[in-house]
Design a protein. Sequence first.
Length: 273
Amino acid sequence: MEKFLQRNPKRPSTAAIHRLRTNARRLETTLGTLSLDSKARLKRLLGELAVVRKRAGKVRDMDVLTADVLTIKQQGEQDCLVQLLEHLGAERKRFARKLRRRIDTRNPQMRQNLKRSARRLLKRLKAAGKHPVDAEAIQAAVAKSLSLSNGLMEPQRLSRKNLHDYRLRVKELRNVLMLSDHPDDSKFLVKLGEVKDAIGDWHDWETLITIARDVLQHGPSCKLLKHLQDTGDSKYERAVKLTEHLRQDYVHAKSSSKLSTPVVQAVSAIVKA
């Protein structure tokens, strides 16, 4: 985060934007989970990080959608594809400029607050390591992860209207569980990642469909629009299937209110960190 804020590049790479967005989200989750967001200065920092993350997310969206378009092999629709790619490229430049301007106006104070919060966070985590059983930080992380795990049981019926919001809860829980020393050992974490990616993939194609309808304006007879819609429907079905498997196999949304052993193990790994 600090490196990106210091450089604030005019043409940030796809990888740099992805790291910025991911690290901002994880930092927000960590500070909030460990109850480090109560002070006024930290609240201001979290607010600034949220704005930067959202603006970086706009740039990231264009990168992902461009990559999706480049996978399309639709005969006779090359002009439409070029038009769509040009639009996405122009939008990326516009969103990148907005991100850069935001960082420019807040940079010195944001970086100072970021350094201060990082020092406080490291101090809190070191204290937790010395007293793992009674550590307030670890207890807070466990309580948050258990609450989020139980929250995966709702809503009972998934739909296009609530699936993306469900992904945000999956993502937050995954970030909390990543606080353990060995997150890669958790099967539950792997499944959370699969569901997060599948829902995100579907949502990207839905966004691409909306943009294509506005940019191309060819109507229902456009073969490219039909291809996009068919792909989006397929992505939705896959995302719902993986999500339902997660709920049935790990959180038992339909059978009981108890969490499965893999979930409990994933949460317990925080205590052992």
